[in-house]
Design a protein around this ligand. Structure first.
Ligand code: 5GP
Length: 455
């Protein structure tokens, strides 16, 4: 099942929702669906499982600690570099793991002079470190070794890391986009340092956070005063507005700053700006799932084929004798069958949404979709759908199953087919793109379901 199926499935989901709601008809649900990667592990890829590489990147003679969570599968994989905040107590590792589950590599560094990385911490050094990490990801040797897609590198950062991410993106036109999470506009602090008194206040406010850093608050405040212009995040945001930009603000923390950054991006004619605010604190303490969902939904724009743009067979058109299901019916292409008679064929979907996902098709009708099908043929197909549903329930011990059928938009194979998908109590079904299953697993499942088919 491809992502195209999602679009087709949406009206069904919405329809059910609307029945439940007494509110205005056709209202979109306010909360977008949580992406599967936020809550579910992908299947282990036997040949290239997900992994973690821990290493040091040499930056100006200092060894900087880095980790790269590598995505499973052959790739090449899109890759997100994540730059942490000041000093980085909130690691956001859950976000990186979720992004990796979504098929992305995710890399994290500790800036020079922070958390065991060699060298001295300063804002200037942290900027150079983010830029060096991007250069590391684009290095052909690393691209090959870690299966990185260099055309899909995104840099994300939280708090001070939001600034560093914007800087890294501005420094390298090949970076595809930026995610700035409750960013710190470091330069704007200089506006508040107008006297010895305010300087002292700024230094003391910073002191507790400098404990894990090889620097002093005095040095950092002096750097802010000296380099205020270089540390102006509004200007930087305007410079990267030519690329897709996701700005996320925390209402109980840096949302006002994020709104200013959004204004700066808009004034610079932002090409693709996404702006969102969450009712939470600076660490997103009670919005971790929302944060992960937002980032992963946004990252989907870098998928080669998106649900929104996928081609689909128009509702009216000529039947294509070469479509894959016609070839399966003629025996020209393989399939794992669970049922066959003179009129109807049921076989395993090669990319099941749940193990046991079966497709039921007519062998005689040339209908591409439901509108084209003779009701007599619909009846024959539905009779087998009912048998398959029962067989899935019996073979797999299910408490339910789902019937899905795409017409036009959302459809990928132009021969009417009905999905019969097992539902497992307590386990949500995510209508997302999934990979072809291991043929051995499909075959074993076909044997079980076939054995449970009633005559
Ligand atoms: P649609 O997106 O059109 O509703 O669903 C088409 C379904 O056909 C998808 O779930 C997809 O995984 C499945 N499919 C596509 N090609 C093949 C194939 O060659 N063999 C089998 N068994 N299933 C296929």
């Amino acid at each position: 099942m491809t992502r195209r199926l999602i679009a087709g499935a949406r009206p069904l989901v919405l329809g059910a929702l609307m029945l439940a709601l007494a509110g205005p008809a056709l209202a979109e649900p306010k909360v977008p669906p949580t992406p599967r990667a936020v809550v579910a592990d992908p299947a282990r890829d036997k040949d290239r499982p997900a992994d973690m590489a821990a290493f040091q990147v040499d930056i100006a003679g200092s060894k900087v600690n880095a980790i790269l969570y590598t995505a499973s599968g052959a790739g090449p994989h899109p890759t997100m570099l994540f730059l942490h905040g000041f000093p980085g107590n909130e690691t956001n590792i859950d976000l990186l793991q979720a992004v990796r589950r979504a098929g992305w590599n995710a890399m994290r560094i500790n800036y020079r002079g922070s958390w065991g990385s060699q060298g001295k911490f300063s804002f200037a050094n942290a900027r150079a470190d983010g830029e060096a990490a991007v250069a590391w990801l684009l290095d052909p040797a690393n691209v090959a070794k870690y299966h990185i897609d260099p055309s899909r590198i995104v840099v994300a950062g939280h708090s001070m890391g939001g600034f560093m991410a914007a800087d890294a993106v501005a420094s390298e036109p090949r970076v595809a986009g930026a995610v700035l999470i409750d960013s710190w506009d470091i330069g704007s602090r200089s506006e508040r340092i107008t006297s010895a008194e305010t300087r002292k206040t700024a230094i003391e406010a910073m002191r507790p956070d400098t404990a894990p850093l090889a620097t002093t608050p005095e040095a950092l405040v002096a750097e802010i005063e000296r380099d205020a212009d270089k540390l102006d995040l509004q200007k930087l945001t305007a410079r990267i507005a030519d690329r897709p930009l996701l700005l996320i603000g925390a209402e109980f923390a840096g949302a006002p700053t994020t709104r200013k950054l959004a204004d700066a991006a808009k004034a610079a004619n932002a090409k693709a700006l996404t702006e969102t605010y969450m009712a939470t604190d600076h660490s997103f303490s009670d919005a971790r799932i929302a944060l992960e969902g937002e980032v992963i939904r946004w990252l989907a724009r870098f998928e080669p084929k998106s649900a929104a743009t996928a081609p689909f067979p128009p509702l009216k058109g000529a039947y294509d004798e070469g479509n894959i299901f016609a070839r399966i019916i003629r025996g020209e292409a393989p399939s794992y069958k669970v049922y066959e008679d003179a009129d109807v064929l049921a076989f395993m979907d090669r990319a099941p949404l749940e193990p046991g996902h079966v497709l039921v098709i007519s062998k005689t009708s040339k209908a591409r979709n439901l509108l084209e099908m003779d009701p007599k043929d619909i009846a024959k197909v539905m009779a087998v759908v009912q048998k398959v549903g029962q067989a899935e329930v019996d073979a797999l011990g299910l408490e339910g199953f789902l019937i899905l059928q795409n017409n036009g938009v959302g459809q990928s194979v132009p021969h009417l087919h009905i999905h019969v998908i097992p539902r497992v109590a307590g386990k949500p079904v995510y209508l997302v793109e999934n990979k072809p299953a291991d043929p051995k697993d499909l075959e074993a499942m076909a044997v079980r379901i076939k054995a449970a088919m009633k005559p």
